[in-house]
Structure formats: C-alpha cells, structure tokens
Design a protein around this ligand. Sequence first.
Ligand code: 17E
Ligand code: FE2
Length: 426
Amino acid sequence: MSEVSATLVLRRCRLSRPSTAQQEFAQSELVDIAIADRQIIAIAPNLPMAGLTELNVDGRLVSAPFVESHIHLDSALTAGEPRWNESGTLFEGIDIWRDRKASLTVEDVKARAIKALRQQASYGVLFVRSHADVSERSLTALKGLLAVREAVKDWMTLQVVAFPQDGLYGHEKNEALMEESLRLGADAVGGIPHYELTREDGVRSVHKIFELAQKYDRLVDVHCDEIDDPQSRFLEVMAGCCIRSGMSAEVTASHTTAFGSYNDAYALKLMGILRRGKLNFIANPLINITLQGRTDTYPKRRGVTRVKELWHNGLNVSLGHDCIQDPWYSLGTGNLLSVVEMAVHVCQMTGQAEMAACFDMVTMGGARTLNLRDGYGIEVGRPANLVVLEAESRYEAILRRATVRYVISRGRVLVETAPPVTRWVE
Ligand code: 17E
Ligand code: FE2
C-alpha cells in the first residue's frame, strides 16, 4: 500500500464515459476512484491506496451526477393550489400561478424548494438551474431561491434565473424588477418573448436580455417560442444576438417548441443560423408533450423541439424536468431518467447511440449548458461528485429507470438507496 491515503475509494467502477486518466488502459476495464479533500485524486484499475471508507461498486455504472438544467422550483409542489389546471394549457398554468404567487412568502418558497432539491438529490441530481418568477413586485420567489442557493451549497449547486413570467414588458414595473434581480445576484437573465404583448415587444425583450447579460456579466436562459404557433420566431433573434455579441456558450434557448411546427424550408435556414450562433438548447419533453398540441384536433402535434436534428447538427442539447407538481404539470418526481425516457419516445431517439446521447443530455450536456466547465466530470483534480447506478450501461440505466445506489457529493456519500427486492412467493 502506498502512503497516500484517500478518504473514500470506490472499487471496480464502470465509467459511463472514458476519463482522460483512462487512456492508458482498455476503456471497458473497471477502475477504482480515489477521493480526498473533496476531490478525485486518482482513477486507475486496482489502485494501491487505502481509503478510510471503501465502497465495492462491483462493476456498476458510475457517472458524473445528473444535471437538472431547467426547473421552476418557486412553483414546485403547489399543484392544486388554488385550483387544478383543467385545460392543461400553458396559459391556464400562468393564470393559476398568478393567483398562487399572490400569497407567496420567502419561507414558503424555501421550504418547497429544499424539499424538491432533496428529492432531486436522492435521484442523483447535484446541479440544478431553476427559474424564479421576477414579475412580482416583492421579488419573493427570487429572494427565496437565492437564500436556498446559499443554504444547500454544501451538497447541491443551484443556479437561479431571473424569469419574468408575465413578460419583461407585460407590466411597466417588470423591466426594473429584472435589473433589481440581477443586482441581488441572479445567475442568469431569463425571458419569455412569445408571451409579450406584441411581436415587437418580444424582439425588444431579447435584445434587452442580451444587453443586461453583458452589463452584469451573467448567463442567458430564455423561455423561447414555447407555443405551437409556427409564426413564433424569436429563436432566430436569439441566435442573431449570439452571432453579433460573441456570446454563445453562455446562452440557452429553453423549450423552443415552435421549432417542431416550423416548415422544413425555414427550419433548414434556421439550423444554419443556429450552427453559427452555437447556443445551448433545453427540451422539456415531459411538460411539452402535455402542454402543447392542446388547440389541435388530429393530427395532434408533439410540440417538442427538434432534439434529434439539433444533436445531429452538433449543437449542445440538454433535457430538463421543468416542473415538479405545479400549475403546469401535476406529476413529476425529479428523476431525470423519467425525462430521458420521455425524450427517447417523443423525439424518437431509439437507436443505441441516440439513447446514450439522451443520457449524456442529462449529464455532460446539462453541465455544458450550466457552464460548469472543470467543476464537473469524473477526472482527476475535479470535485468528487458522482453517482453509482444499478445498471451496467447507459442503455440499461434508461431501460430499468435504474435506482441510484449511491450519490456522492463533495467527496461524501450523501444518499444511499437500496433497489427494490421482488420475491416470488410460490
Ligand atoms: N412557465 C412557462 O412559461 N412555461 C413553463 N413550461 C412553465 C412555467 C413550467
Ligand atoms: Fe420552463
């Protein structure tokens, strides 16, 4: 045994993707991962160092943690309050939330958000980007989520997007509220151009969002074209802003469901602009398969963006949950493997490489969207965050919606879950 010792060693791990440390040996070979001081210090087969704690992973899949790139924690766990969404539309959801947010308190937001984050962590999610509605005078949702960001930082990384649910220009106060949110410390500027009063307001809002992001040095994540209207074309405005401003890796277009309704001639032109703009995309298939298509009879549109085509065009795509039991979606657990499963179906990502790509969209793809850079990934020198799945491959993890056996956050085992045991009685 070498004198170097580790706080935790995971034995016989099957990495979901090869690490750079793995270049010297076969990629299929099982490796040990040593952790000390909250960092990964070594990755190799049969590491000759002892850990204070040793965990025999026994050939299970070990992945960097799941990344929830798009959720609304301010509204999480409010489904049915003050009423249920009967039409199932985005617009009824916004109306219900407008009533619910009138009674919001910082304590209410904090308690629900922390409950939801604990649930997410139990499914191996250790990085979350949440929107906070800032189209409300007291900025309660934002203040609550900024307090939560601080309260959970020892086990969970939370980013908060200042999101004007009622439109940046929907009310004369909203623009100032957005700027105040950035001064208070929101990580990203959000928007909702397709919901502004006019198309011109929508375009103006996108320009304003980029201007604010540059002024305050923040990321951008816009709810963009979340509607079935093929005339909703704010994604091209975002891509244009990326090309002109030089911002791209910092920018994300969320939902973009109208892209599923554009004619193919326009979609072809748009894809060329998107390749130049190099922005990130987030699809939320669980929510948009239910919210969209509500005004269609038959054939009924899927209302999800062109995930497969974006991926084929080399653009970064991640997948988000969007909602956990809120006015837009009364289901949802926080388990990103449910989101992946829905994406595989709705986006027809059924090939073996396609399914592996969907798994990557809720891990490294999400990490790219969140700009986590060297703060993410199973590599020597990086923070010791990882998950052990009850599966041997990404395909098997999706197939079985695999139990996350161990969640390791900042070098410590944070959550342990035993898989269910089924016993034939006769
Ligand atoms: N707000 C919005 O504009 N769109 C959504 N999908 C949700 C909230 C969940
Ligand atoms: Fe959303």
